[in-house]
Design a protein around this ligand. Sequence first.
Ligand SMILES: *Cc1c(COP(=O)(O)O)cnc(C)c1O
Length: 596
Amino acid sequence: MSLKSPAFAGTQSTPFDITDRKIAYFSMEIALSKTLPTYSGGLGMLAGDTLRSAADTGLSMVAISLVHRRGYFEQHLDHSGQQTESEVRWSPETTLPSAGQTVTLTMQGREITLCAWRFDVVGVSGHIVPVFLLDSDLEGNDPWDRRLTDHLYGGDTYYRLCQEAILGLGGIHLLRALGCVPEVCHMNEGHAALLSIGLLEARVAPAPLSNATEADAEAVKQQCIFTTHTPVPAGHDKFGLDQMMQVLGADRSAAIERFGALHNDLLNMTYIALRFSRYVNGVSMLHGKVSQQMFPEYPVHSITNGVHAATWISQPFQDLLDKEIPAWRCDNQYFRSVYGIEPEVIEATHQISKHRLLHTVQQRTGVLLDPKVLTLGFARRVATYKRASLVLQSPQRLIEIAERIGGLQILMAGKSHPADNAGKGLIRDIFAVASQLTNSPLSIVYLENYDWELGEQLTNGVDVWLNTPLRPYEASGTSGMKAALNGVPSLSVLDGWWVEGCAENITGWAIENCEDEAIEAERVYDKLENCVAPAFADKPRWARLRRHCIAINGAFFNTHRMLGQYVANAYFPPSVAKAVSNQAIVDDQTEQTILA
Ligand SMILES: *Cc1c(COP(=O)(O)O)cnc(C)c1O
């Protein structure tokens, strides 16, 4: 499909002065707008939310990503839940202003020229964080190279390594060409790790990399920050030394080896990032500790993720907040002040979103759901560790519960990576269960093409957000935070952010993890029937619970707070009081490993 009427077409191509920008944020994916396919899931959403908060809070930031002309795919599901994919093409030429600058670098033993498109993230008071989307589709480039910035997470490992070289090396060279020498470069996930080699090159230029000294490497390290995002091994890109030589060439490969950045004779992006960063963090307290165990030779800190409140709060709630506590847009700590709003008003506001969601479900699927019935939401990338089907382990048990509590509706959504056949099978399994449920007190609806729009409607409108990952693989999770900001409690395994967000019976309910999945599923059913449903039935209590979610979790799990922590701990820490790492904590736990 092609994109319909981008909202920002015709933006003027005036050059943007970034010479004084202090922080450069690098991410392989960034969710910039609902109509641009430049993200796949949580990582890209987090990057976008980070930049939106940076713009709101006036941070001196600039960002780098790739243009992804054929983006991440659109998902289609047939009647049995079989997924097929189609490209989402867009044309930056007719959508965004050009950066007015090209850079040429050598990779794969030949030259490649990159241009860039500028997307302006505009903050609440007009401050702009410009994002430069690198593009290799230029005449004069090798025909194969012109496709390198097309597909997000597409192609084979060779294609991926080329993309990461473009992001890291091309990004640094573009910033230099635009006159920007950032004090801090932030690698959002290991994909961006090669920016360290770009910095090293720029530092010794015009001399070759072989001239770089240990002092140069140390200077680069003092400039870099690295955020790791997953303990799942497949999430840490590794490449063979032959590919490293082919793509990066002898000089860069020699430098990587000489500065001790290889790992187990592989080019491992996480280890390059670790080697060249002065500050490393995981994305929740638990994930920081787990990462510390994975990388004991490097201190790993924790900064828990957040979401951009104004992006994820429903319009009816935004209107209410603008009336009652208008300062929330600049300062999210004001969410605590929702305690000054009557719970019934909060409940009534949520009802508007619930009706809107159920209307969307009916339009998209023809299924008519009941706004009075307890409605759970579960939507995420279909990765096996997220365990979309845990709640469906015993459909009979769920039906019995639904009968006793006056009905139950479950809305699900999620894309499987095109190459993930196990994930695709999981979607078919859910369809198989759902199709058995005619004239049942239980309804399960799987919605096609989980994306920003659907994520917004689901987190705005359901009653309870369900989350059942395999602990400790959910590094943070952010969709439950979006729900909390809309007064929606979570029923979740104690993993990622929920370890910090769960106040039992106040902001939601915890599911204790267990080796045995059947027992874990039983715990979900038990909580649902004996805790969630009785609370839902008690309307005044439920309204207060919604308010707690916003006041307690909304006030903390937002990107305004998160960025403040990055500024204080990572970007510009006071030189005397260095932040405490997780190393001390893990040293105390040598016997007891968190990552089994
Ligand atoms: C928020 C969001 C995610 C990430 O949610 P998790 O809870 O971290 O899995 C992924 N995709 C979309 C479309 C989202 O809106």
